[in-house]
Structure formats: structure tokens, C-alpha cells
Design a protein around this ligand. Structure first.
Ligand code: GDP
Length: 522
């Protein structure tokens, strides 16, 4: 029997994993994929070197630096649910990419290193999730090593993130003796992840003999305390982003991963409603709607293609259908949408709300674009962050200026850099959030376009989008400050300031001009 749209939607779980580098995000992702049969690894995790080559072989800079630069999506099925993991770059220099990806998820898994607790990147990413009320499941990883006391870690989450915690499991043992999870509310236990069902037991004392003798009394006492004193899980508070269910495990040693995946199925929300300019779109509506949150070019050097990653928000995407691109009003044929499974891709015949498909195109699609089955609506809220670093691109070979212009335009459309064209006609300025993005730009201009470039300091260091509610005021400002005004990719004006002092000075003088650091795509 054919599945109804509502059933298909209710089975979807679309989430990201947020973590400070080294907390175990890659290892956990692999283990989740392993459960879904999306990848086959024999036992232990492969060496990191191998992994990076298989994961994203397309960019030299990634291999050299051993970091994941790009965001990608991985899909797998488990226990009747379809899981879409949206991968985010760990390095903070690619923060804008990560933030945009977080606009396309319904939940997040926050991985914390049990010895280190909340680290700076965890905190930052958490704040973005909170801004968007994304529900968070916490996974305390590396319990097989020396770790902090679990109560202390919970306290830290509560204090640093102002987030209530509800431990669902409690670790059985610590470091060398760590051997499984105790479900506090149910009094059930699961040893390693190979055990599918959790087993009913008669309280913590019933499993204490799994531990060395000298640890048993402490385990019983502590677990009983956790049962008594910890907050019970409140799904509503979780969905609103005020409470996080907590799991303990070791991704490397295969503990707690099944607990987590069960929780994603049972607790995490199905695809949410999505706010558009004219109304809110519900995930189980008939008509297909989607938005683009990421563009990636040249993923496969053999096919120099450009993939737009679109999150479906409602309806059913079928291969071959036509969709309306809101920005231009034109129809776009979706002839070859793709799904991603670990390192492979495959044609997507049908996709539902929550799914992410890659749409190959030659520059038609941009970040923030809305696609619909017909209705002219536009989704809100894919942000553009004001760059921290502004540079002029210097070309070694002046004859290639036109080629450079095209290349920069493409890179900007992909979201690799932001491009600003000064009103006074001087050479374009590129803006990035982190310095590594400049390295990526340089590398790609050389590798893909044969354009060796270097970067010059621009006399500006701050960039703000400007607008005004008072008619004529913006034009007056632009005329008065012409030498400091540039246009972004959409033609929207930005004010370029030398430093914070001059920004404040101008903001003070031009009270009717709004100067903002975050622009939402439209
Ligand atoms: P990422 O930077 O967050 O993606 O972290 P990785 O998954 O690459 O893990 C960083 C390091 O921690 C690697 O050496 C992993 O093998 C190791 N690691 C990950 N999970 C665990 C774990 O549960 N226990 C132990 N002992 N090591 C782990």
C-alpha cells in the first residue's frame, strides 16, 4: 500500500550534530550511519586519514588540513524512521555555513567530551540553536576514558547554557569499567550497542555485579540519587528548547549510540512548519515547497557541477516535476534531484518534508532561494552574516580581470565568500567570516579557474547592510558616503566602515539609517 504523505512526513527526522572539534562528531556520525546500513565498516572506526578521503575527496585543502570544510547531508533508515544528518564544518572559520545549515534542521545532537565539558564552539553553536528554538539532545561522549563526574557535567550544562537537563540514561561504570547505560525512568539496561532491546532489571543493584567490586556501592548510590533527584523528561519543554534529554556513551567503543538513535526516533520532532512571507507552510501540505540553504560546486572533479542543497518543507518532490523559483518567477525542471548516502549519491525519485535533496544546476539557484509547486511564497530566515575580514583580490595577470570577475561571482553565489562592488567603481571587495575561507578562495581560484591571486588589505574593516524607513533617506546617505558604499550580490547596499569608531560616528549622524550585521535572504 502506498504511504500517505502524512505518514511519510511523520517518519522523517532531520538533525545536525553540533560539537567542539575533537569531541567525537565524526565518530558518532559514522556509528549512526553504520546502524542505518549506510556504510559498512569492519568493527573499529577507520583511520582518520582514510575517512577524510572517502568523505569528501573533492577538495585538496580539506585533506591537507584534515578538517571538514563543507557541509553535506547523509541519509539512512533505522527502526522505521528516515534520518537525515546535516553535517556542519567543525572549524569556526566556516561558521556562516554552519549557521545556514542549522536553518534546515528540526533538532540537534550536542556532543560533549566527558572530560572537557562545554567548550567554546559548543557554546556558540548552542546559542544559534537557541535563537531558532531548535530542540537539543545531549550526548556525553568518551565515557570510556577518564571523565568528569556525571552530576558535575549536568550542572555545567544547566549553568553555562541555562538549559534544564533530564538524564535519560546513567553510565554503568566509568573509564575502563564503563559498560553500558542504565535507563533511569524505566529501570532497564543496555550493555554495548550490539544489544538491541534494553533489559528490564530490578534497580541499580541488579547490574552492579557488572562492575569491579570496589565501584559497586558508589554506582548504586549514585544511580539511585539520579533516579530520585534528576528532573523527569518533559517533551514539551524539550520541543521548545528549554530542556535537553541527556545520554552517556562512547561512540568509539559502541556504547550509547543505539540509545541516542532510539531517542531521535522517539523524542525528536518530525519536520516542522516553516514560516514564509505570506503564511506558514505545514509539512504535510500537498504542494511541494523547499528552500536552498547551501550551494556546493565541483563536489566531484569528474563532473564539474554545482549542487544546490534544498530542504523540502512540504508536499512531495518527484523527479521530473517543475518548480517555481521565487526569486525570478521562472519554472525550473527538477530532472535529476539527488540523495546522499555517506559518500555516495543516488537519484531521488521522491522526497518529502525534512528530506534534503541536491539539485544540480549551472548557477540558476542561490542560497536562500525558495522553490514551490506554484504558489509564489518566499521562506524567511536563511541568514547572511556580515564578514569579519574584508580584502581586495589582487590578480597576478591583469589580462584575466573579466575571468576573475566571473569566478568571484560564482564563489559568492555558492556562499564561499561575500562579494561587494563599490559604488565608486573601484575593484571588488571580498568578505569572509574566517581567514580559512580566504585560503579556500585562493586555492579554488587557482585550481578551478587557473587564476593565481593574492589579497590586499582593504581600508575597511566593518560591513553593515543599510536601509531606511524614511523615503529618500537611503539615497541621501548613499550619495553622501559614496566612497564607502558597495553593493552585495543582490544589489543591496552596504556601508563599509574603517573601524568601530567611524561606524558609531556615522550611525550617530544618520539616525534614520538602519545598519545591520545580519541580513536574512529574501
Ligand atoms: P570530531 O573532531 O568531533 O569530528 O571528532 P572525531 O570523531 O574525529 O574524534 C576525535 C578523536 O577522539 C579521535 O581520535 C577519535 O578516535 C576519538 N574518539 C571519538 N569518540 C571517542 C570515544 O567515545 N572514546 C574515546 N576514547 N575516543 C573517542
Amino acid at each position: 500500500m502506498a504511504e500517505t504523505l502524512a505518514d511519510a512526513v511523520s517518519r522523517r527526522r532531520t538533525f545536525a550534530i553540533i560539537a567542539h572539534p575533537d569531541a567525537g562528531k565524526t565518530t558518532l556520525t559514522e556509528k549512526l550511519l553504520l546502524f542505518g546500513g549506510a556504510i559498512q565498516l569492519a568493527g573499529e572506526v577507520k583511520a582518520k586519514k582514510d575517512r577524510i578521503q572517502t568523505r569528501s575527496d573533492w577538495m585538496k585543502i580539506e585533506r591537507e588540513r584534515g578538517i571538514s570544510v563543507v557541509t553535506s547531508v547523509m541519509t539512512f533508515e533505522y527502526g522505521g524512521n528516515v534520518f537525515n544528518i546535516l553535517d556542519t564544518p567543525g572549524h569556526e572559520d566556516f561558521a556562516d555555513d554552519t549557521y545556514r545549515t542549522l536553518t534546515a534542521v528540526d533538532a540537534a545532537v550536542m556532543v560533549i567530551d566527558a572530560a572537557k565539558g562545554i567548550e567554546p564552539r559548543t557554546l556558540k553553536l548552542f546559542e544559534v540553536c537557541r535563537m531558532r528554538d531548535i530542540p537539543i539532545i545531549t550526548f556525553i561522549n568518551k565515557m570510556d576514558r577518564e571523565s568528569r563526574d556525571p552530576f558535575e557535567i549536568l550542572d555545567e550544562v544547566e549553568e553555562k547554557l541555562a538549559l534544564d537537563t533530564a538524564p535519560i540514561t546513567w553510565p554503568i561504570g566509568r573509564s575502563k569499567s564503563f559498560c553500558g547505560s542504565y535507563y533511569l525512568a524505566e529501570n532497564t539496561v543496555r550493555g554495548a550497542d550490539t544489544q538491541v532491546e534494553a533489559l528490564k532489571v530490578n534497580g541499580p543493584q541488579a547490574v552492579a555485579d557488572r562492575l569491579p567490586e570496589n565501584e559497586r556501592a558508589a554506582f548504586i548510590e549514585e544511580t539511585e540519587l539520579a533516579i530520585e533527584a534528576c528532573r523527569p523528561f518533559d517533551r514539551q519543554a524539550f520541543l521548545e528548547g528549554h530542556m535537553t534529554p541527556v545520554f552517556f556513551g562512547s561512540a568509539l567503543r559502541n556504547y550509547g549510540v543505539r540509545d541516542l538513535i532510539d531517542a531521535l526516533g522517539a523524542m525528536a520532532p518530525p519536520p516542522r512548519d516553516q514560516v514564509a512571507d505570506i503564511r506558514t507552510v505545514h509539512a504535510s501540505e500537498d504542494k511541494m515547497t523547499a528552500f536552498v540553504f547551501k550551494i556546493q560546486a565541483n563536489m566531484d572533479p569528474n563532473h564539474r557541477d554545482r549542487i544546490a542543497f534544498a530542504r523540502i518543507c512540504s508536499g512531495k518532490l518527484e523527479r521530473g516535476m517543475k518548480a517555481r523559483l521565487a526569486r525570478t518567477g521562472k519554472q525550473l525542471g527538477l530532472t535529476a534531484p539527488q540523495f546522499f548516502f555517506a559518500s555516495q549519491r543516488q537519484l531521488a525519485d521522491t522526497a518529502y518534508a525534512g528530506d534534503v535533496v541536491g539539485i544540480p544546476n549551472h548557477g540558476t539557484l542561490r542560497i536562500g532561494d525558495t522553490l514551490t509547486e506554484g504558489e509564489p511564497l518566499v521562506f524567511q530566515g536563511v541568514p547572511n552574516f556580515s564578514p569579519e575580514i574584508l580584502r581586495r583580490v589582487r590578480l597576478e595577470d591583469a589580462m584575466k580581470a573579466k575571468k576573475l570577475k566571473e569566478a568571484l561571482q560564482q564563489m559568492a553565489e555558492e556562499g564561499v565568500v561575500q562579494l561587494f562592488s563599490p559604488e565608486d567603481g573601484s575593484p571588488a571587495i571580498v568578505g569572509v567570516v574566517g581567514a580559512l575561507q580566504l585560503d579556500v578562495l585562493k586555492e579554488r581560484l587557482q585550481g578551478e579557474y587557473g587564476l593565481p591571486v593574492s589579497f590586499d588589505m582593504a581600508r575597511f574593516s566593518i560591513c553593515r547592510w543599510v536601509s531606511s524607513d524614511e523615503p529618500g533617506e537611503l539615497d541621501r546617505f548613499i550619495t553622501a558616503r559614496r566612497g564607502d558604499i558597495a553593493r552585495d550580490l543582490d544589489g543591496d547596499p552596504v556601508f563599509l566602515a574603517q573601524d568601530g569608531f567611524s561606524l558609531n560616528y556615522e550611525a550617530d549622524r544618520w539616525k534614520a539609517i538602519k545598519m545591520v550585521a545580519i541580513k536574512e535572504y529574501h
